[in-house]
Design a protein around this ligand. Structure first.
Ligand code: HMG
Ligand code: MG
Length: 297
């Protein structure tokens, strides 16, 4: 097994977009600064989406403006369309991420268009980003089930992920938006995706709605995946996925991977402290069991 894994910290975007309390840009930037201090090097800093749809992500440009400028850290932001990428590039994002789904029903509710329409919208996004040598990540939601249509055929996930790769996304993150999967389903999904795409271009993005996310990450690791999306303190959910809870907690993955002898580059003490910082601002209790155990000891 390779001895390094990469965590993509999505708490400041996927986490905060679903919290009832909207945090000021200065607090979001402070959180991200603390995550950088903890050793995270790939961080989603926000989203350039409609503030009517997701008010928690408003003023992402002001978050980016406050971040420590570091060549070794990638600050990524979500963009749904051309307008989003223009704003993201002007604000200095070092990566942008486009997002679609393997479920038509989910896509309609999340971005108000079909899968095909979303892919067409992404073409100018990719062109703009490439012109400025900014890499583009691609998300596929509902890879293991959809809150609106239920079962999602694995072939649809492969088709959508392949389409994003053909558009030029350097990495495709497979989202179990509603935390429906179990390890056997993860193995089947990754085996199918690996017939169309190199595994090195795949990341997994598992929500922990049913407590399966750690097991699912381990299954993905054993299948060869080395890039994992996670949220500090298990923040998060998705505003267009009723009942969805946060991503797998970053603390859980650091504990798991370091325990397996893999290098995450993350300092667990500092990560737990960053989680306590944001939880204090949100008035919530941590969803990370590792953080809870850390506080107790
Ligand atoms: P629309 O209504 O079809 O499009 O929304 P529109 O062009 O008519 O625009 C609607 C409004 O948004 C207009 O303003 C536009 O100006 C504005 P209004 O007239 O209402 O004042 N607008 C924008 N504002 C700021 N930045 C922009 C932008 N574009 C338009 N880039 C749209 C289409 C995509 C804009 C809308 O549906 C939207 O913003 N959706 C956001 C969805 C979202 O952020 N969802 C959460 C992230 S995805 C996720 O969490 C899943 C993931 O974690 C993986 C997983 O877990 O599966 C990634
Ligand atoms: Mg998500």
């Amino acid at each position: 097994m390779n001895d390094a894994v990469r965590l993509v910290e999505v708490g400041a975007r996927d986490g905060l977009q679903n919290e009832a309390r909207t945090l000021a840009p200065a607090v979001r930037a402070e959180l991200i600064g603390r995550l950088v201090e903890a050793g995270l090097r790939h961080i989603e800093a926000g989203a350039f989406v409609s503030p009517r749809w997701v008010p928690q992500m408003a003023d992402t440009d002001q978050v980016l403006a406050r971040l420590p400028k570091r060549a070794d850290v990638t600050y990524s932001v979500l963009v749904p369309n051309e307008r989003g990428v223009t704003a993201a590039l002007a604000a200095g994002a070092s990566e942008v991420a486009v997002f679609t789904a393997a479920s038509e029903a989910f896509n309609q509710r999340n971005i108000n268009c079909s899968i095909a329409e979303s892919l067409a919208r992404f073409e100018p996004v990719l062109q703009q980003a490439k012109a400025q040598s900014v890499p583009v990540r691609g998300y596929v939601s509902c890879v293991l089930g959809c809150p609106y249509q239920g079962h999602v055929p694995v072939e649809q996930v492969v088709r959508t992920a392949s389409a994003l790769a053909r558009l030029g996304c350097h990495e495709i993150s497979l989202g179990d938006t509603i935390g429906a999967g179990v390890p056997s389903a993860v193995r089947e999904l990754l085996a199918a995706c690996a017939t169309a795409l190199p595994l090195e271009r795949l990341a997994v993005h598992f929500h922990d709605t049913r407590g399966m996310a750690v097991a699912n990450c381990l299954a993905a690791l054993e299948q060869g995946v080395r890039v994992f999306d996670s949220s500090v303190s298990g923040l998060g959910g998705c505003p267009y996925s009723p009942g969805a809870t946060g991503n797998v907690a970053s603390e859980e993955l650091v504990y798991l991977f370091e325990g397996l002898g893999l290098n995450t580059g993350v300092d667990l003490d500092r990560l737990v402290a960053a989680g306590a910082f944001v939880d204090g601002h949100l008035g919530r209790a941590t969803q990370s069991r590792v953080a809870r155990a850390h506080h107790a000891n």
